[in-house]
Design a protein around this ligand. Sequence first.
Ligand code: NAD
Ligand code: USQ
Length: 397
Amino acid sequence: MKIIVFGGDGFCGWPIALRLSNSGHDIIVIDNLSRRRIDRELGVESLTPIADITERLAAWQRVSGKTITFHNIDLAQDYDGLRATLAELAPDAVVHFAEQRAAPYSMRNAAGKRYTVDNNINATHNLLVALVDLDLDTHLVHLGTMGVYGYDGDGLEIPEGYLDVAVTDEAGQSYQRSILYPTRPGSVYHLTKSMDQLLFQFYAQNDRLRITDLHQGIVWGTQTEETERDEALVNRFDYDGDYGTVLNRFLVEGVNGYPLTVHGSGGQTRAFINIRDTVRCVALALENPPQRGERVRIINQLAETLSVRTVAELVAAVTGAELANVDNPRKEAESNSLRASNRTFRTLGLNPILLKDGVMREALEIVQRYKDRFDPKVVPARSLWTRENRPGIVPGY
Ligand code: NAD
Ligand code: USQ
């Protein structure tokens, strides 16, 4: 297939572009390199030294003999450039990762909130409009998030996107409906993923676009079979207070003798998936497209659910680090349970990596290798969800 990977310079997009290229697909990466710009804005760097995109692509050609082409296009701002590129390439499928994906960054201040909404909603909508305008029958695979469901956790197993409900009206008449699972986002970033869902629902219904939305949990790990093949192919590893996700942050903190920054009591339960399974799942989604006219196919992309405290204890057990229960900068339930179905991917053959499988050692190895790049100054989470949290401690508030 000819596949465009939007956001293909990022943490999930880069290893997926390599895997799909390695499998023989014709891959085009489109990215505006905004993540590299945001790193500079925040004064942070990936723990792993990521090569620039030109070097990355040259290294891939060297080790694999395969060519990935690159276009620097801003999906949110440059509709004409996006449309012209789609018209020229007429891809069989596109994978859409090109959004601002950090909840803390989206809650930092007014600028972070506005940028996240403008960027994410325009990027998704421009892509949908261009596919319709060009009358392309391209399969769109989007990376959504488990966070759209909220974390109410009263024991109900969260289904894959849709809720089957029975309603009885005042006349006593009963009706069955299958509705989008009501969203309950916990940050402006998660809110944009909830809004994306409505855009997808509309364009699947109105224009019969073929769309798969993958509701992914928190990704951990760094390397995949392809990114390991050359130093210049190394994947990014964020551990700063905005972009670092919890398990990767704990791994870096633990190896560097820094107490594990558990927010509050650590009773928050979340969904997790290793980057190697992210890559497998996206490939499976591409191999199993919906039919034209089918409703949006929503698939939960997670391996397991664990509490933050459990994750911290697992990391502490292998690194000897202490747990620090820091004040929670976010507005979220202190404790919740979470069960979510991952039936579709299991049925398609996924046997996911679990934290207890020992791969954490492999993740620790990479953290150890780049230990000298660790900067403790970027670890504290400085983005507050509400002004009331701790007024005055964050510069600019
Ligand atoms: P990332 O920030 O590493 O990568 C996103 C890429 O998209 C970056 O390279 C960035 O430059 C690019 N981009 C952003 N806006 C763009 C625009 N307007 N035009 C062109 N390119 C643009 O993020 P990631 O961790 O790889 O996440 C990728 C996707 O997966 C996101 O949509 C995210 O919401 C979703 N996701 C990530 C995780 C996780 O734990 N990392 C979990 C669940 C879902
Ligand atoms: N947390 C800590 N200590 C830390 C960092 C985080 O206790 O040092 C806690 C947070 O308070 C939260 C949980 O860990 O309760 C998860 O935080 P996170 O930053 O790892 O994940 P989140 O903000 O939810 O976002 C990440 C990705 C996002 C993706 C989402 C999947 O950045 O792109 O959509 O995971 S999910 O959480 O399933 O919605």
